[in-house]
Design a protein around this ligand. Sequence first.
Ligand SMILES: [Zn+2]
Length: 288
Amino acid sequence: MKLDRMLSRRGALIAGASALAAAGTAGVTSLFSSTETPSAGAAGGTSGRAAGIPGSPGGARSPVSSSYRLSPVAGFAAPPGRPARTPVRDEPFLRVGGLGRTVVLTFDDGPDPRYTPQVLKTLREHRIHAMFFVCGNMAKAHPDLVRQMTEEGHVVGNHTWSHPLLTRLPRSAVRGEMERTSEIVERTCGARPAWFRAPYGAWNRDAYRFGAELGMEPMAWTVDTLDWRTPGAGAIAARVEEQASPGAVVLSHDAGGNRSQSVQALRRYLPRLLDEGYHVAVPRRRAV
Ligand SMILES: [Zn+2]
């Protein structure tokens, strides 16, 4: 299965704006295009190693210095070398449109050597790509896992350095949390994150603005598995299966506590989603 729906930058913005206007805070958008939707039904469809991610030169991984450090707050110039400017949003994207019967799986707060390898293993077995919103301090402690995410075709997003409530931080601290995390991800896997997710879903203007300066789009979620409450693997899986819908973004965690239920749940709901005809894929941003 190959879905190749390229939108021009202008067309994408218009589509995104109209979708946002219609959906309000629901944030339904068709902004993002996908060049491939690797899934269990996609024969050989998982070869695109980080393809399509801005700043990722076709999988070549050469550690880059921190040349994209944020500009001074007063200046909104894109960091040097950015292929395209990232717009400053005023709300995060909650779902990904335009991909048909596709869902996106996201795992936050990691990597954690107790759980992340198991999540990666399950995804690998089903030839599925997912998004990992990593914390900088965890990425620094477990760089091999971040590298493995990239090498196996997953998307590594920025989830701040230490998982603070950004809305209670001074501006300089918000910037530092985001910037340091983008730096460690780039140093580790050769590509800076193209996506950002605020801890606890607590967004503010600084997060949107610094995210844009660092070349990241804000991504929230549609389905909250509430796995952090440890309700049991069955309950987590049921929540995903019941709430899955075209374009849905599923939130779960591979760190931040005992995530064995999250690991177990994934093994249950992932094959069921695929059996129901869902494609599980990651959004691809395009610098047009
Ligand atoms: Zn989190």
